[in-house]
Design a protein around this ligand. Sequence first.
Ligand code: FPP
Length: 237
Amino acid sequence: MRQTIDPHNLPQHIAITMDGNGRWAKSRGKLRVFGHRNGVKAVRETVEAAAEIGIKFLTLYAFSTENWDRPESEVNALMTLLVSAINNETKTLMDNNIKLSTIGATQNLPQKAKNQLIKAIEKTKNNNRMTLILALSYSGKWEILNAVKELIKKRVNPKNLNEQLFQQYLTTKNVPDPELLIRTSGEHRISNFLLWQIAYTELYFTETLWPDFRKDDFKKAIIDYQNRERRFGKTAE
Ligand code: FPP
């Protein structure tokens, strides 16, 4: 069993469902927003760790399609937090040569958030050490339906449709599928994240609540992944 990260067997792409902010706040007698605010620290640590380790793509589930159904005050707080986090962290992204991108129905975000995102994406577009992908107003079912709609609009001949072509219609079209998906807070669910892309992804669950997630927790997940045998439906031989 490995105890340290093998730099020759790194996942190229790691996806994370950042869960447990609300419970973290509640256990301290605070409002949920307090948990989200402290979640930003965990985002910073994780992004830094991923870049240092040499991960090429990091996708964070920051806001799901279903999250729009939360109370308006929480949605507003999350959007405000997003704007300020991006504003505050763009310099760190530049210093660390990290490119920012998004997946999801970002057209549905408030104008302020859209503007902030466009600015940061434009500014970081030539960075190439790692790509940080924020899933915003995203869900796997939305993405697959969206792809089907596009295929129909383009009148793609069903005879020509295969996995490779279908993938080109997903929001992750130029990104390899994640080898590892991490979910915090002890929940063992996919919750509509990257449904197509996780066909053979290794799943890692930790009890740690997102605001407590630190570099060592991230490294532990990678080491756990490296101790697994991936067979993609084949036998080990
Ligand atoms: C899940 O916890 C977390 C979210 C819905 C939002 C995640 C957002 C951040 C960490 C901050 C902003 C992000 C970026 C990328 C700058 P929950 O509210 O579902 O917690 P619970 O399950 O305990 O209720």
